[in-house]
Design a protein around this ligand. Structure first.
Ligand SMILES: [Zn+2]
Ligand SMILES: [Zn+2]
Length: 376
């Protein structure tokens, strides 16, 4: 069987990690064997979905697949597939765990906090938890992008043992609890006779080996809590509430498991000058009545520096001048929004004697027969 992995998940070739994860989640829920008991087709489908996700969610595997996957020839090298693509019938889920285990393992990342499912537990390997935190940026930084450095306190890989939990130089010795078998048998007496059960050895997590000496720094946990500085590139065009994911920058995996991710929720400080809506910028331009009537030229502040606007004679209140391309860059290089300048005509509240006279003349000129409340 040769199939395109992207097709299986129903995503485009350039889908983001997030898209892939989301597509996978939907499909996995839909085809989960618990919902299709005894349905062989559904089971096959579920396996395909998981296999596709296992590869496409892993940067390196995805790269390899993109390069060799459907090109043939090399396809077998990485994944045990056929010459034309992937043979899912060969896909092995690590055995014994059953579907529930697979499901939990794959969802370990989403569960924010890691999972201790099935085969993962057996080797002691676990994915590190995700970390979520807030990062503050100025209005302009969000518009033009920036680089930030932040300090995160997290469970990080122990440097002394390099995350193995074994004291450097210490040998691996046979687990005494299971005598190196990785499993222990226990016998229970019941009314039906003796019942023998086998379970994974707790001492060695089923590996059959234990280090002679645990790491003296992390005491065998493989991690230590410490502060780490993280550099973050914030792309131009992000907005308040945007989230940036730094893959692998969450808490360190346990005993060689993958790291969690770091999620940064952006909090953008509002501007005193600009109002932003999406990629557009809005400002108001107050004009004296006479400027609107007779026309003028005004300088306005834009994100890109001051710009002159020609005010034609007879400009109405509420008129919007569009400064094309002077808004916010759209994420992904999709052009730039506009800056919209809205005219607000200000009616003078206090008039000098001379002004009163002039307005009076205007009233006569316009044949306005001003009643009480007029100036004379
Ligand atoms: Zn053991
Ligand atoms: Zn250590």
């Amino acid at each position: 069987m040769a199939t395109d992995l992207y097709e299986i998940l129903g995503v485009k070739k350039d889908a983001s990690d997030k898209d892939i994860k989301s597509a996978y989640r939907k499909l996995a829920l839909k085809w989960h064997p618990d919902k299709h008991k005894g349905d062989k087709e559904a089971e096959k489908k579920f396996k395909e979905i998981n296999a596709a996700y296992e590869i496409l969610s892993d940067k390196q595997k995805r790269n390899q697949y993109d390069t060799f996957g459907t090109a043939g020839g090399q396809a077998g090298a990485g994944f045990g597939g056929g010459a034309q693509g992937f043979d899912f019938s060969n896909f092995d889920f690590g055995g014994g765990g059953g579907f529930a285990d697979i499901f939990e393992t794959f969802f370990g990342g989403a569960a924010r906090g890691g999972s201790t499912a099935g085969s993962a537990r057996r080797s002691g390997k676990m994915r590190g938890s995700d970390i979520e935190t807030t990062i503050n940026v100025s209005f302009e930084e969000a518009v033009f992008g920036t680089e930030k450095e932040l300090e995160i306190t997290k469970a990080a890989k122990c440097d002394n043992c390099n995350g193995t939990s074994i004291e450097p130089g210490s040998k691996m010795i046979k687990c005494s609890s299971c005598d190196g078998k990785g499993q222990v048998n226990s016998v229970r007496n019941t009314i039906l006779g003796q019942v023998k059960t086998t379970h994974v050895c707790d001492m060695c997590d089923g590996t059959g080996n234990v280090p002679e000496k645990k790491c003296t720094v992390c005491h065998g946990s493989s991690r230590v809590r410490k502060k780490e500085r993280v550099k973050v590139k914030i792309p131009a065009g992000v907005d308040n509430g945007s989230t940036i994911r730094l893959s692998g920058n969450g808490e360190a995996g346990i005993k060689g498991g993958p790291n969690g991710d770091l999620y940064l929720n952006l909090q953008v400080k509002p501007s005193k000058i600009y109002v932003r809506s999406g990629s557009d910028i809005h400002t108001e331009l107050p004009l004296h009545l006479v400027q609107a009537v007779l026309g003028d030229e005004k300088e306005v502040e834009t994100l890109y520096g001051p710009m002159k606007i020609k005010i034609p004679p007879g400009t109405q209140d509420g008129k919007v001048f569009k400064l094309s391309g002077k808004g916010v860059p759209r994420i992904g290089g999709n052009g730039t929004g506009d800056h919209l300048v809205k005219v607000r005509i200000e009616i003078p509240k206090k008039l000098s004697k001379k002004e009163k006279e002039l307005y009076g003349e205007l009233a006569q000129e316009a044949n306005l027969d001003l009643k009480k409340g007029g100036f004379w």
